[in-house]
Design a protein around this ligand. Sequence first.
Ligand code: ADE
Length: 243
Amino acid sequence: MVSFHILTLFPEMVMQGLHTSILGRAADRGDISIEAVNIRDFTTDKHGKVDDYTYGGGAGMLMQAQPVYEACQSVIDRIGQNKARRVIYVTPQGKPFHQEMAKELSGEEELIFLCGHYEGIDERVLEEIVTDEISLGDYVLTGGELAAMVMVDAIARLVPGVLHNGQSAETESFGDGLLEYPQYSRPEIWHGKRVPEILLSGDHAKVDAWRLAQALARTKERRPDLYEKYMEAHPPVEKKRRK
Ligand code: ADE
């Protein structure tokens, strides 16, 4: 069970996106819980303001420390001061997110995501509350919500019980460091294209060997970086030389 707490200025966006389909059902069953906490509810500004100009000048506004701090503290008070937790600031300046990270975070119980807006967040509050800074990739989004939602999705599906078919999290792309092999469903012929014959053979060993070969070829072509890593970890077994 992992509880996700998302600190945001757009709680509806996060709740709608994450309470749909598989994650929605997992939350209904209690395998995960997802809540959005509206940072604006915690501002002491009488007009509900949460941003201000940056010291030193420059374009754009910055999210202020006070409402972000109080929003985070409200979650910590509820989950318990002594409960282990990670506070993740989603930002292009963080470490790039990947499957191993998702796996590691899926072992935590309390994950707090902080979504920034405008030009970012006052550095002082980040210093006080944040344990991890993570980026979705080398591009800039208008806010942290979509990045946090992607991360929550990738983490949540690895939490036991969320996917009923535990095997699919293992065999898919990245589960073993390779991209996934191509897959086919009915009909046998579509637009003149036949399903590869071997998949109809019923010979599971042959099917497995074909799939591995396809996964290797695909990874080599599309992601030579992943292929190299895989081959280092799984060096080909040398055939015994005959005398
Ligand atoms: N916020 C804006 N851009 C982002 C990115 N690439 N990753 C994480 N958070 C972000």
